[in-house]
Design a protein around this ligand. Structure first.
Ligand code: 5AD
Ligand code: SF4
Length: 462
């Protein structure tokens, strides 16, 4: 990092000459998951140190960056379309630097395609190269070179990268990077590299600083937070349950969330910790992906339906009002309608608050992409719609059961029509509230639920 920091003033000097307006402006667009959002906060941290300000319009920017997602084909197609549209901008303002980073760029075939098809893209870098941003930018800006920098095998965690957080009361806090699970459908282990945990003291101190500076909600991030601590040196060893128990001890009025949990590592110790905590949210996002044991095996998930249901039963018993959500893939290669029906029956058995449902998308280089996949997309889409309508009724019933009850919510902002406040319960359900005199955004308040609208609630402040 020492060497990297030396590039910061150099980029600042270059941009003093090259900027188009008063100050150099950067436009950052982030696709995909919260990990990408957290990565973009580090990128913005570096840019701010290099003298950049930020703009919402690519037309005004001196530096344009797309932080990409590779998890499904749809996400990639959007990036290709949107990058193509930047060509005319670069022609109009040749001095702008266009860059792409994130999970898509860690795939060799994609990086090559970008390099060949989009000559106006000056910089391509992978998920583990953010710490080199000032140096990479300097080389592009000074030498006019096109750079492709990848290398997801780097397992070092760089703690001193600056951060410019998007939120003032909600914060993302990565606790680990990468994934070792190799679910057969998933590209993440290939593009984010091996699992590695941050030092617990660093994490706890960061949480403390956030709480002391007034943050009300902290979300701990990792592809599989339940395996936090594996691989840490003996003297730093800590499980995820121990980590959140330590953070929970920090005094203050705040809510602690985390994502994502993997059922294979979700321990009773973790559920007990949530149940006995003061600040940890009652929302457990526990993706089961499929209700069929045959498909779970083909997905390489290392649990079966019975094990999943055992965790769910334990969570329901220990955490009053636990709010459960899940990710589900419909139409995994070789899945039959009977397998799919097992997913539906699990959804009915658990009674989730809401679901994140996806139609299987083949990812080049993953084992599932080579499996026989005889069911048409149209057929999978019918199953998908069937699942949505089952869940719709469950969500509606869950919400209806909350009417008349009181909950503590965090007010996050205004609804799209701007005439109501939007808040969120600890269980991660949105509550719309009438605006009062006082500005309540960023504050907790107690509300009574007055009405349920499918998966959204209406309430009034008590
Ligand atoms: N196709 C469809 N959905 C996928 N997911 C991951 N990979 C794929 C894929 N190839 C889903 C999983 C995961 C969520 C983040 O994205 O459900 O939990
Ligand atoms: Fe992908 Fe499985 Fe790792 Fe989640 S646990 S990131 S689905 S490989």
């Amino acid at each position: 990092m020492q060497k990297e920091n030396e590039y910061i003033p150099l980029v600042e000097q270059v941009m003093e000459i090259r900027k188009r307006g008063e100050v150099p402006l950067a436009f950052i667009r982030t696709y995909g998951c919260q990990q990408n959002v957290a990565d973009s906060e580090q990128i913005k941290g570096f840019l701010a140190e290099m003298g950049y300000d930020f703009t919402d319009s690519p037309e005004n920017a001196d530096f344009i960056l797309f932080n990409t997602c590779a998890v499904r084909e749809h996400a990639e197609d959007r990036v290709f379309g949107n990058v193509g549209a930047l060509k005319s901008l670069k022609r109009k303002h040749p001095s702008i630097l266009i860059a792409l980073c994130g999970c898509m760029m860690e795939q060799e075939h994609i990086a090559q395609r970008i390099y060949k098809s989009f000559p106006f893209v000056g910089l391509v870098f992978g998920t583990n190269c953010i710490h080199q941003l000032p140096e990479m930018m300097y080389k592009c800006l000074v030498d006019g070179r096109r750079l492709v920098v990848r290398g997801n095998q780097d397992t070092v965690i760089y703690e001193d990268i600056p951060k410019k957080r998007d939120g003032t009361f909600k914060a993302w806090l990565p606790i680990m990077y990468g994934c070792d699970n190799f679910c057969t459908y998933c590209i993440v282990p290939y593009v984010r590299g091996r699992e590695r945990s941050r030092n617990p003291e660093e994490v706890i101190n960061e949480a403390k600083t956030l709480i002391e500076s007034g943050y009300k909600e902290i979300t701990l991030l990792g592809q599989n937070v339940n395996s936090y601590g594996k691989g840490l040196p003996e003297e730093e060893k800590m499980t995820f349950a121990q980590l959140i128990a330590e953070i929970d001890k920090i005094e203050g009025d705040y809510l602690l969330r985390f994502m994502t949990s993997h059922p294979k590592d979700c321990s009773k110790e973790l559920i007990d910790t949530i149940a006995n905590s003061k600040h940890i949210s009652t929302h457990l996002h526990l993706p089961f992906q499929s209700g069929s044991d045959r498909i779970l095996k083909r997905m390489n998930r290392h649990y079966d339906r019975a094990k999943y249901m055992e965790i769910i039963r334990y969570a329901k018993e220990k955490i009053p009002n636990v709010s459960l959500t899940s990710d589900i893939i419909v139409g995994f290669p070789g899945e039959t309608y009977e397998d799919f029906k097992e997913t539906v029956s699990l959804v009915e058995e658990v009674g989730f608050t809401s679901l994140f449902t996806f139609i299987y998308s083949p990812r080049k280089g993953t084992p599932a992409a080579k499996m026989d996949d005889p069911i048409s997309y149209e057929e999978k889409n019918k199953w998908f719609q069937e699942l949505l309508s089952v869940q719709e009724k469950i969500s509606a019933k869950r919400c209806a059961d909350m009417v008349g009850k009181q909950y503590k919510v965090l007010v996050e902002g205004y609804t799209n029509h701007n005439n109501e406040l939007q808040a969120r319960t600890s269980g991660n359900i949105i509550v719309e509230l009438p605006c009062g005199e006082e500005n309540l955004v960023g504050q907790f308040c107690i509300v009574e639920i007055t009405q349920a609208k499918n998966w959204i609630l209406k309430g009034k402040i008590i």
